[in-house]
Design a protein around this ligand. Structure first.
Ligand code: SAJ
Length: 431
């Protein structure tokens, strides 16, 4: 008899996880509270963009190893992969985690294992999940087992990383951890490291915080470099030749549902101690305004009133369709505030999700005074000046991701400005 898993939440993590288990010999039931998502998945239609996922979903549905509905079912294992966003006041919103946990309680039976994959502030399993699971009437740690195994995959490479990344498994006791390890061994080829649930919660949060602090450092360096006439990209590249240095890259801000969110969990937990973490968040959050101010300054320099910007890139990072917490949204808000006209183009966003969105590059750059690159999609790296120059009103580019070949664009007569590189300011500089 195949073992049964119920995956709660069929989003960016839950769906790939469900299909992987389904295609590795398990009987999987996926549940999501969103009826449309359930209908789509049942019809083999993806609501997210992820390399290789369509094929895996087809296989799982066709073989009947994956069923979906809006309700949980009795299972051997429950995996919860629901959002854990922050509220407007930067405190964790654990409503989804709590509701998902409560929804499975009537289905939990003796011997079951419940795993939380959502990223959460340390102590969430202990303080929020366990009291809810206790309502099943089963003895926790003896009759029902609980673990936290945070997802660690990067959008765009989810399937590959689900299999190959190392995994952290934190149990509320040893038996819980051991059962979780056995479960993930179904398809995980990376090492599985065992710890307690609270440590696992902290590990996940500090991984993303490390990245946020590092990016904040890069953004601060970009600002400093502009003042002292240095190209920050070159400086970081050279520093990273040192075997123990790995500085991340600056940009228009930090987006996504993880890096821009998780550090706040630490700030909320220990506000008096998490100073560097908080400052880093604020530094990264300052970048959209910094970017919009740059646009404004360049237009002033050119005496362009009511200029028009072709904003390239809506998603929060390269080659994905995810706009959650995208810095582009903030940059656009500032452009609005400054009375700057814009059109937006993103080949990864299907359909119109915002006012001003163009459906082709040509439409976006038509009569524009500036191309503003906010996301380093491959499509943007491949744009040649010839495709756009005849359409634009002014040949200006502001590249916040250093994605264009500056030399090529300058030879085509463009004034190219690059974030963190003031050598590119003040007209068309020498190469
Ligand atoms: N960014 C920079 N400079 C950089 C790297 C990134 O400005 O040098 C920006 C990106 O443009 C983007 C944001 O940071 O706006 C976040 O991008 P990311 O690629 O760092 O992170 P995510 O949110 O796509 O995925 C992260 C990953 N965490 C780590 O690498 C530690 C992933 O492994 C996690 O699974 C995911 O968060 C998550 O769900 O927590």
């Amino acid at each position: 008899m195949k073992k049964k898993i119920c995956v709660v939440g069929l989003g960016y993590i839950g769906l790939p996880t469900a299909v992987m288990f389904a295609n590795h010999g398990m009987s999987v039931h996926g549940m999501d509270i969103n009826v449309d998502i359930v209908k789509d998945i049942a019809g083999k239609k993806l609501h997210i963009e992820e390399k290789g996922l369509q094929e895996e979903l087809n296989k799982a549905i066709d073989s009947k190893s994956l069923t979906v509905s809006t309700e949980p079912v009795e299972s051997d294992f429950f995996i919860i992969a629901v959002p854990s966003p922050i509220n407007a006041d930067k405190t964790a919103n654990l409503d989804y985690v709590a509701k998902a946990t409560s929804s499975i309680v009537p289905y939990i039976r003796e011997g079951n294992l419940v795993i939380l994959e959502s990223t959460v502030p340390p102590k969430t399993v202990e303080n929020i999940m366990l009291p809810l699971i206790k309502e099943s009437g089963l003895e926790i740690g003896n009759e029902v087992f609980v673990a936290h195994s945070p997802e660690r995959v990067i959008p765009g490479k989810v399937l590959e990383e689900l299999v190959n990344n190392d995994r952290i498994v934190g149990g509320i006791n040893e038996r819980s951890a051991q059962l979780a390890v056995e479960l993930y061994r179904t398809f995980v080829k990376g090492d599985i490291h065992v710890t307690d649930a609270t440590t696992a919660e902290l590990v996940k949060v500090i991984e993303n915080t490390y990245r946020d602090v590092n990016i904040a450092f890069a953004n601060e360096l970009a600002k400093i470099s502009e003042r002292i006439n240095v190209n920050v990209w070159e400086a970081i590249e050279l520093a990273n030749y040192h075997p123990r240095v790995n500085i991340h890259m600056p940009g228009p801000g930090v987006g996504g549902h993880c890096i821009a969110v998780d550090p706040w969990f630490l700030v909320e937990l220990q506000p008096e101690l998490a100073n560097l973490v908080k400052l880093s968040r604020q530094t990264n959050d300052s970048m959209p305004k910094f970017t919009a101010d740059k646009v404004n300054n360049v237009f002033n320099e050119y005496n362009i009133n009511h200029g028009r910007v072709a904003v390239l890139g809506l998603s929060f990072k390269a080659n994905i369709d995810d706009i959650r917490e995208s810095p582009s949204l903030k940059v656009i808000e500032y452009l609005d505030e400054y009375g700057i006209d814009y059109s937006i183009y993103d080949p990864h966003i299907h359909g119109i999700v915002m006012n001003g969105q163009a459906s082709t590059l040509e439409e976006a750059v038509n009569k524009a005074d500036m191309i503003l690159i906010l996301t380093d999609h491959n499509e943007f790296k491949a744009i040649s000046p010839e495709t756009v120059e005849g359409l634009m009103r002014t040949k200006l580019v502001l590249d916040t991701k250093r994605c264009l070949d500056v030399g090529v664009w300058r030879r085509a007569g463009f004034d190219v400005r690059v974030l963190g590189d003031s050598k590119t300011e003040g007209g068309i500089p020498k190469e």
